[in-house]
Design a protein around this ligand. Structure first.
Ligand code: ADE
Length: 232
């Protein structure tokens, strides 16, 4: 039986999924809950990692090494960097980088991962499936660069610096660490985000207002992705 991981960072990002599947078993592992269910003859493992790069690395690693997931789908919310993106819009990562990783003192570019690169590429076939889902359901889906850091960005100057340095479309706090984890283990992954704020001085208010509704938009798309992956 195929085994697919679905991750979010916060409880609100996986709650719509748990509601959709209805019944699931809860397993405690590495200080977190993992919810397992069987859907259309496929095993699904769901978890929220808790916020940040370290937490998301632990959860993605557990999904792969402990639970044996062969693909990983991540859904959640993000701050918009590209001014074309507005609250509720969906963005899928083509590649991801860490905007707060800085060893420029040794001649490397911002975001450079030792013995790696600035960006991690997402799986092309999962992005293609996302394109098909978006087309069939007539949903606007932006493909772009998502950057990650251990900071909630609520400052225009920081946002502009990130935009310029990484050519980023959206930012959040888990995607690039999940990407690096999955690519290290050779597991195809997909990172989807729905915009909750514009990473500006109003970001925390916008986040509080729209996080739940944007998380639902993202989760709904992830379920449609799952259906297509299973049927393929
Ligand atoms: N996730 C959603 N909005 C964000 C922001 N402004 N900064 C970091 N992560 C986010």
């Amino acid at each position: 039986m195929k085994k697919i991981a679905i991750m979010g960072a916060m409880p609100e990002e996986i709650e719509p999924l748990l509601n959709f599947f209805g019944t699931y078993e809860t397993t405690r592992y590495a200080n977190n809950n993992y919810y397992t269910t069987v859907y259309k003859n496929t095993q699904i493992v769901i978890a929220y990692s808790k916020i940040g790069k370290v937490n998301s690395t632990i959860t993605a690693s557990a999904m792969i090494c402990h639970f044996g997931c062969e693909k990983l789908l991540f859904g959640g919310v993000a701050g918009a960097v590209n001014p074309e993106l507005h609250v509720g819009d969906l963005v899928v990562a083509t590649k991801l980088g860490q905007h707060d990783l800085d060893i420029t003192a040794f001649g490397h570019p911002y975001g450079y991962v030792p013995e790696g690169a600035v960006y991690e590429e997402a799986d092309a076939s999962l992005i293609e499936i996302a394109r098909e889902v978006a087309k069939e359901k007539e949903i606007k889906l932006k493909e772009g660069i998502i950057v990650t850091g251990d900071q909630f960005v609520c400052d225009n100057a920081r946002k502009e610096w990130i935009a310029k340095t990484f050519n980023a479309d959206a930012l959040e706090m888990e995607g690039a660490s999940v990407a690096l984890t999955c690519n290290s283990f050779g597991v195809p992954f997909f990172i989807l985000r729905s915009i909750s704020d514009a990473a500006d001085m109003d970001a925390s208010f916008s986040f509080d207002e729209f996080m739940i509704s944007s998380a639902k938009i993202s989760a709904k798309f992830v379920v449609a992705m799952l259906d297509k992956i299973i049927n393929d």
